[in-house]
Design a protein. Structure first.
Length: 270
């Protein structure tokens, strides 16, 4: 039985997630990763200290981004009617502001992003959601290209070596039981200590708990009693299937369980 059949989710969550996936896949199919999105200058070498994106900016095709943005807004009106008013205002955002908001989203410059959004009278949560999902496929392409041309194996931070994004999902590998975090923004996976909290860095074993969910073996929560943070985990050693990591709606129930128990995450854009 698939994980989808074992857990029941609100229909809107599934519709929104599937809608976003199909809209974003269009961009992934239309663009050639090595062409434009990641194009470091000749002779450029990654220093291994800061995420790649801090020295090589992704080139985002603004026309394509605007088309994607419009599709996401249309989807929101049907799946999240409470944001319909904000969707209308977002649709009317002028070209200059749009380009700046894309830029700030890519760089994670939230105060600058929120300043513009506030001036436009749009709810930051709705705006953050739409822009996050608009830049995401471009960051995925950027990441795919960067991964294949750089050695990112030495990175051990709790944020992504490619784009600086945070993880909300991790995978414990079948063979050696090592844990890889997956970037929410660009999808890159990197190795992180199993016995350390990816949110606050706490490595006191007595306050780190692996919460196994009886109904869904292989899909669990790693929580930290120190910062009350959590990360969702696909554990391949106990039957978890890594393909589930591509299906965001499939693990939303883990967020609900974590929140019910008082744990939180810094991401929550999905
Ligand atoms: Zn990333
Ligand atoms: Zn923690």
């Amino acid at each position: 039985m698939s994980i989808r059949e074992r857990v029941s989710l609100p229909r809107e969550v599934i519709r929104l997630s599937e809608g976003l996936r199909s809209i974003q896949e269009e961009v992934l199919h239309l663009t050639h990763p090595n062409e434009r999105v990641f194009s470091p200058p000749d002779g450029w070498v990654w220093d291994g200290e800061q995420p790649v994106i801090t020295s090589v900016s992704p080139s985002v095709d603004k026309v394509m981004a605007r088309g994607l943005f419009r599709h996401i807004l249309e989807l929101l009106v049907t799946c999240k009617p409470e944001w319909a008013g904000d969707a209308g205002k977002l649709k009317a955002v002028g070209e200059d502001d749009f380009c700046r908001l894309i830029e700030y989203t890519i760089k994670g410059e939230n105060p600058d992003f929120n300043r513009i959004i506030k001036t436009l009278g749009i709810a930051p949560e709705a705006a953050g959601f739409v822009f996050f999902h608009t830049v995401r496929p471009f960051l995925k392409l950027y990441s795919m290209a960067a991964c294949s041309s750089l050695n990112l194996d030495e990175w051990m931070e709790n944020y992504c070596p490619v784009c600086g994004g945070k993880p909300s999902l991790a995978r414990v590998e079948r063979g050696d039981g090592r844990r890889y975090l997956k970037c929410d923004h660009c999808g890159h996976e990197w190795l992180f200590r199993l016995l350390a909290c990816p949110r606050c860095g706490n490595d006191d074993h007595s306050s780190l708990v692996f919460l196994r969910i009886e109904e869904t073996p292989g899909y669990e929560l790693h929580v930290c009693e120190c910062c009350h943070g959590y990360i969702k985990v696909v554990n391949e050693k106990t039957g978890g299937d890594r393909r589930v990591m591509e299906d965001e709606a499939a693990t939303v129930y883990l967020d609900l369980i974590a929140e019910q128990q008082g744990y939180r995450t810094d991401t929550g854009n999905a």
